[in-house]
Write a protein that binds this ligand. Structure first.
Ligand SMILES: [Cu+2]
Length: 111
């Protein structure tokens, strides 16, 4: 009897978490340069808990991000992008991460 209740409560908790509201945001990615940047950010952000979908538009320098608002917020996402070596909105790139980017992904290189 008791264990049934616990399982039911656990299930409600899991389902409750899963139905958390999703939010969408467009993030300015002023320093991205090429397809490698796109892949790096899409891959890096997909590893962040609560991020549902990431699409980077290199031409427009914008990242379309869908995320679970109760799990992650925009500040965390911006920090994650910064940690990958890129500017995100007003959050500047982590200098050490930027240094590790391939040459084609650095702003100083012209195409
Ligand atoms: Cu690049």
């Amino acid at each position: 009897m008791r264990s049934t209740f616990i399982i039911a409560a656990l299930l409600a908790f899991i389902i409750g978490c899963d139905s958390g509201e999703t939010a969408q945001a467009d993030i300015q990615l002023a320093t991205i340069q090429c397809g490698t940047c796109k892949k790096t950010i899409e891959k890096g952000l997909s590893d962040v808990k609560g991020v549902v979908k990431v699409e980077v538009d290199v031409e427009k320098k914008i990242g379309h991000v869908t995320y679970k608002a109760g799990v992650v917020d925009l500040a965390i996402i911006e920090k994650a992008i910064s940690a990958l070596g890129y500017d995100a909105n007003n959050t500047t790139a982590d200098p050490a991460a930027y240094e590790l980017l391939p040459g084609c992904c650095k702003v100083s290189v012209s195409h």
